[in-house]
Design a binder for this molecule. Structure first.
Ligand code: SF4
Ligand code: SF4
Length: 87
């Protein structure tokens, strides 16, 4: 893959902005209560927040990076050039 999305889950609030913004629905946000040991990336208010990137769908457009109010998403690879960002 020419690019990948990275999320700093220690700073993610689970607001869901990135999920709504993604044009191809490549992001899925799960809030699991009670907290389990399975796929925990971040615990907030006793619940685990789990943000999955479906890499097979991700187009590397970078929209999610701009949509995150806390600037916790970064994109490496082709998307950094902005070449695929819709105008
Ligand atoms: S880079 Fe674009 S396609 Fe990939 S997860 Fe972010 S918004 Fe969705
Ligand atoms: S927009 Fe940012 S803070 Fe909100 S769910 Fe996505 S990664 Fe987390």
């Amino acid at each position: 893959m020419a690019f990948s999305v990275h999320v700093n889950m220690s700073r993610c609030t689970g607001c869901g902005n990135c999920v709504v913004a993604c044009p191809v629905n490549a992001l899925e946000l799960y809030t699991i209560d009670p907290v389990t040991k399975e796929k925990i990336y971040h615990v907030l208010n006793g619940k685990s927040i789990n943000l999955d990137v479906r890499t097979e769908l991700c187009a590397g457009c970078g929209v999610c990076v701009g949509a995150c109010p806390y600037k916790v998403i970064s994109l490496s690879g082709r998307g950094e050039t902005g070449a695929l960002v819709p105008s």
